[in-house]
Design a protein around this ligand. Structure first.
Ligand code: C2O
Ligand code: CU
Ligand code: CU
Length: 567
């Protein structure tokens, strides 16, 4: 009897898994864009429906936004979820209050209206919620979409750019569903693949050069893309722009959050079928999606997809279009990375866990867990900085930073592979590896709203593997601020009548001085700590705004923090 039930179930499952045409999301473009995010449901499996999130009438995911560099865009986001959210434009260089980080909350029923000039290079970006501790849940229920930026440098090249015809959005997600068919915000037993929300998809592509915009929008899984027969293709773009030259490859590895644009030459292949695959068997142990680590005691947290090669999308090659692209340009755009000697500072970020055996978190940056009230770095506007990321855990972490695109200087001292020599906003840092990147923090200075940096494994991020920085035009000449985390606490923040500044390091140091500056950099005053390392300042007569405090001991800055006075 049990066997029979099982057969019936398998048949149902096979039925549900019949191949479906790949869904190609519509596009939204122009100077005003409306996004309404609401709950919906999808019959992913027989039986219980899955509750999902979708934008603008879609049950899952949203339309593709087409933005033009140099134009202004006003986006209205209406949150019809029964939950607070935020929407982040991943990879775009926008002011922090337009960035949609965890501080820019959109309450249920509320509308948010960021307006900005598109400053980014032509590439593939994406949008998704960023509400702290709910990011994985909201994204994996479907609240994500692709952004395509176009610019004149890209337009000057003979590249496929007919959306859905020779230029395809490929949003890949690997999901874990619970026993009630609901997408899970946690768990490493993901075994359901969706491409543009389609399960078990196929797509028709013409027998010419086609462009695939690959986005790994999974919560955890690293995908090692390739095509059957190890057919070679050209990688033309990394996260934040086209590469200098196409890179011929048979694999492109994308961690959660990463994008790549590839050209595939299907000329002469009419009627053939190939598969876009992930070659998980080639990923090293320690990378989510690679072979499962042997665990001492207890069953391993494992997915049937780990360490194996599997199909993602079936490509049926069909007749050529009327004006096909049939060649691949040999040069693309100018890419001019900063060089290490230009950097004003190197910031060191160690990725750590409570022990070397931890596989599923929590993970930390420099021992810290995320704190919305702690600013980890105040970065002077126009600083060129090297960030040195050292992974001291047993799992690989895709590090992502907002505001900027960066250039990878090296991986363990070696130049990165060719496809990683373009503009990036996510870099996968392997266990025991040290990666250095260089970037410039330009255009936007605002001390009220921080930008985020975090692991793009959404479960790690929600679990606190995130930090924040502000870019400040008033913090001049201040180099790395070490250990601000324990050094200063300010309460309440924001304040209106009295603040209490606490600095344990200043305890019993008679020469500890607190200096407060206003947002234009003028000194408000110097204050001395009490013997307990506490100082209370009456701010009731101060104008409302943002203030900075610097604590010095023996003429050395031991900490820095901002606070707000509200009127
Ligand atoms: Cu794609 Cu801070 O995120
Ligand atoms: Cu981002
Ligand atoms: Cu991580």
């Amino acid at each position: 009897m049990k066997g029979l039930l099982k057969i019936v179930f398998v048949l149902l499952a096979v039925e549900a898994n019949a191949q479906q045409p790949l869904f190609i999301p519509d596009t939204l473009s122009g100077s005003t864009i409306n996004l309404t995010l609401k709950t919906d449901s999808v019959q992913f499996f027989p039986g219980q429906i899955s509750f999902t999130n979708g934008y603008s009438g879609y049950k899952y995911l949203g339309k593709t936004l087409i933005l033009k560099k140099g134009t202004n865009v006003s986006i209205t986001v209406n949150n019809q979820l029964p939950d607070t959210t935020t929407i982040h434009w991943h990879g775009l260089h926008v002011a922090p209050q337009n960035d949609g980080g965890p501080h820019t909350m959109i309450m249920p029923g509320a509308t948010w209206n960021p307006q900005f000039t598109v400053m980014d290079r032509a590439s593939t970006y994406w949008y998704h919620p960023h509400f702290h501790m709910k990011t994985a849940e909201q994204v994996l229920k479907g609240a994500a979409g692709m952004i395509i930026v176009r610019d004149s440098a890209e337009a000057a090249l003979n590249l496929p750019r007919k959306y859905g015809i020779d230029d395809f959005p490929i949003i890949v997600q690997s999901l874990q569903f619970d026993s009630l068919n609901q997408p899970m915000p946690k768990g490493m037993e993901d075994s359901t693949l969706l491409v543009n929300s389609t399960m078990n998809p196929y797509v028709n592509m013409p027998a010419q050069v086609v462009r695939l915009r690959l986005l790994n929008a999974s919560g955890e899984r690293v995908l090692n893309f390739g095509f059957t027969g190890s057919m070679s293709f050209s990688i033309i773009g990394s996260d934040g722009g086209l590469l200098q030259n196409p890179v011929s490859a048979t694999r492109v590895r994308l961690a959660p959050g990463e994008r790549a644009e590839v050209l595939l030459n299907l000329t002469g292949m009419n009627t053939q079928t190939i598969q876009l695959m992930s070659y998980g068997s080639e990923l090293p142990m320690g990378v989510q999606g690679g072979p499962t680590m042997p665990m001492s005691g207890g069953p391993p947290m494992d997915s049937p997809l780990n360490g194996i090669d599997f199909n993602i999308l079936q490509i049926n090659v069909v007749a050529q279009t009327t004006t096909p692209v049939i060649t691949i340009p040999s040069t693309l755009v100018n890419v001019t990375p900063y060089t290490a000697i230009q950097a004003n500072i190197t910031r060191t970020i160690n990725m750590t866990a409570d022990s070397m055996m931890v596989m599923d978190g929590p993970f930390y940056f420099n021992g810290n867990t995320f704190d919305m009230m702690r600013i980890d770095y105040q970065i002077p506007l126009n600083n060129i900085e090297i960030w040195q990321l050292s992974n001291q855990t047993m799992v690989a972490h895709p590090f992502h930073i907002h505001d900027v695109q960066f250039y990878i200087l090296d991986r363990d001292g070696n130049a990165p592979p060719l496809e990683e020599r373009g503009r990036k906003d996510v870099v996968l840092v392997m266990p025991n590896e040290t990666v250095r990147f260089i970037t410039k923090f330009e255009d936007f200075a605002d001390t009220l709203t921080p930008y985020m940096f975090h692991c793009h494994i959404l479960m790690h991020e929600d679990d606190g593997m995130m930090g924040q920085f502000v870019v400040s035009s008033t913090v001049l000449g201040i180099k790395d601020i070490k250990n601000t985390k324990d050094n200063i606490s300010i309460f309440p923040n924001p304040a209106n009548d009295k603040i209490s500044i606490k600095c344990p390091e200043a305890n019993k140091k008679s020469n500890a001085v607190i200096t407060v500056y206003n947002s234009t950099g003028q000194k408000v005053g110097d204050y001395k700590f009490s013997s307990e390392g506490v100082y209370n300042i009456d701010v009731s007569g101060w104008p409302g705004g943002i203030y900075f405090t610097t604590i010095m001991i023996d003429n050395e800055v031991v900490g820095e923090k901002k606070f707000a006075v509200l009127k």
